[in-house]
Design a protein around this ligand. Sequence first.
Ligand code: ACO
Length: 324
Amino acid sequence: MEQLKIVATAHQVPERVVTNDELSELMDTSDEWIYPRTGIHNRHVVTDENTSDLATAVAKKLLAESGWSADDLDFIIVGTMSPDALSPHTAAIVQGNIEAGNAFAFDLNAACSGFVYGLSAASAFLSSGRYQRGMFIGAEVLSKLVDWKDRTVSVLFGDGAGGLLLERTDEPVGLIAEELQAYGDRGEAILTGRFANQNAFAGEISPLDPYFHQDGRSVYGFATREVPKVLDRALQKAGLQADDIDLYLAHQANHRIIESIAKNFGQSMDKFPTNMAEYGNTSAGSTAILLDELRQSGQVKPGMKVAFVGFGGGLAIGAQIWQL
Ligand code: ACO
């Protein structure tokens, strides 16, 4: 086990709530269509904030909760597929905003697996012995990548950020095992933010397409088929059975996908808490928001074994087993 401690968690979502009923005034959709297929009623959407604003709010809450000073941080990683800009990267903006003068900072894009991949990277930095304390934040403003006239995509997503502070510890807690897997040959199933080659030598210029596109059916099939295999490999590496895990915190894309995974492992949905009804799919933010809510309510507590599960764009999947 990599001996690491989750010292604090926090989240931040925009105030503005957009209900399914409100979306039905913008496009031909309804709560009756959206909720049974996804488990989503609402999503929070920014009006004047960007990704770094949500991430900075999370960073400040994390420091306040932990009592750490910004100078204590060795690094800041922001998982995002919707940065403010490619440069400066969002983690650097956060680092500047909180004046974390000793921290290096970088963004990591693994789409909806961003939480698990980011936690993996943060854990590896700390376990290497080179660093002592780090911050990971998953932060997304997906509303800027969504065509609000496209009912097949816009109803699924929301904006939000969540994060945690990690440190090396001598206590018997930390990362027991993980399994990460990419499926680049299936990447066309989720396409977002394509750049055109606009250089002077490029000939015909293909149009820039910022919007999110996905083949919902094939992503659904991919997630229900492949996620259990990856999670099973993580459990095997950990030497644990599915019953040994107290809670499974899965990426909040779709209630039916999570139900299918729970059924696959013979687990009750009580062990697979969800919050997509309120936030929709916030990609790299989703599991971190859920973790913080459950910690604040006392449902996630020290002594538990928790599995984190991410899946989505790339395509990519990741699973981690933690002893809290
Ligand atoms: N409201 C009303 N009707 C709709 C809507 C909507 N919002 N969206 C689609 N429809 C219509 C379609 O046009 C289609 O109509 P047609 O039969 O007349 O052509 C019909 O409903 C069925 O459409 P499908 O796309 O086949 O619907 P499906 O049952 O597959 O549900 C959904 C769609 C909810 C997107 C599902 O496929 C899904 O959840 N997929 C997984 C998506 C996911 O989890 N992505 C995660 C990764 S995201 C990331 O990595 C960032």
